[in-house]
Design a protein around this ligand. Sequence first.
Ligand code: 4AD
Ligand code: MG
Length: 476
Amino acid sequence: MKRTKIKDILKNEESGYQVNVKGWVRSFRNNQFIAINDGSCMGNIQAVISLETDPEIVKNITTGASLSIDGTVIPSLGKGQKVEIKVDSITILGLCNTEEFPLQLKNKPSLEYLREIAHLRFRTNTFGAVFRVRHTLAYAIHKFYNDRGFVYMHTPIVTASDAEGAGEMFCVTTLPINNPPRNEDGEINYKEDFFGRCTNLTVSGQLEAELGAMAFSEVYTFGPTFRAENSNTARHLAEFWMIEPEVAFNDIVDNMDLAEDFIKYVIAYALEHNREDIEFLATRLVDEEKQKPMNERSEMGLVEKLEFVLNNSFERITYTEAIEVLLNSTHYKKKKFQYDVKWGIDMQSEHERYLVEKHYKKPVIVTGYPKDIKAFYMRQNDDGKTVAAMDILVPGIGELVGGSQREERLDKLTQRMNEMHIPTDEMYWYLDTRKFGTVPHAGFGLGFERLVLFVTGMTNIRDVIPFPRTPKNAEF
Ligand code: 4AD
Ligand code: MG
């Protein structure tokens, strides 16, 4: 018989038909009641076996074992489920040694412990919910851009450019690291390397996306991104996924509108399609918050928070206004910020979180950053000091989006690149877009894992990507 997914049986709520179900045992009670999960949804189906079942089989029905059952869907007398399966026949597909099975041994394993067994953690309710939501968000992202006529562009993963100019890159080489070929000056001779030049893993697909936008008008990328920054925080990964739309003819205001619509759309989509998972994660969050002191607990539950974001406009302020808010805060006056506040600083996450969590209590879009703390490609404002940059800050996370209107004027762009020692000759292909039919354009990058954090209410970024890569950690 063809396998039926547990999700469909539970959704359907009908009874009196035959099914085959395959999955993993979550629990087995009274030698009779098996809770089976196949990952299609949060819920388990209860399968009831007869007390006459072969004891050789019964003994192997243990937590974690995989099995296939044939039976009849019947109305359930037990609490918590409308239907259950009366089992006719049962086959154990794979045994599970409960003396070794980590998920059996620990009662309520911590998230930290589950990170160490990331190869098994998908089988818990929490990670089942997180990764189903992650999937839905990825799908919603493609749907959002597809429905608006954007072209999905695959930008290279191996590249010779440092898009952000921050220099935090992983080198890609086939040269022997203990004895690389050297030129006369003693420097490594990359001419002998695989690509005949020094290459690295991409830190952003933006520059290539800009090339596409000059032909298709609207493009987006959605791919893996690598940063060798040594930030061991709950918000940074060395390998993360980024969505980068790039739109010809858009200015900074259009860019903000697009980002706000985009974020709201994907949140609404997840709330609609993964309600059960998000509600489960909301209860998980309530439990987690109970460990925190009263004044650090969030005022809203997860679902409330997401609905609040959907129903309210993001606050839009300038960087200069943001600095003023910080300087006027009692938090600043009581010297509670670890890092100094003055015009020109690159705001630290404590500053960003103060703005969104304490002051505005909603997502905030900050524009007009000092040019000295932003990348070379951002459009220079007339004041000579700031650029048309925008960051979107959200409660609990800090920076979710970074973007800008781009400098489309060739002279201004080359001048800025020279000031910042960015080699204009190597970047001839980027400058060509400004020579051949340049247009105003804008785009941004949204960190996918930070979005998943926001929607699931998880607090550590390592818990929203299947196999996190962080400093000193590339297990699995
Ligand atoms: O602000 P960033 O560095 O912007 C860019 O890379 C631009 N090229 C984007 C563009 O305009 N097309 O990164 C964008 C977003 C950040 O706001 C953050 O959400 C995420 O990427 N991000 C990270 N997420 C996880 N781990 C890291 N190490 C991250 N670094 C950035
Ligand atoms: Mg940024």
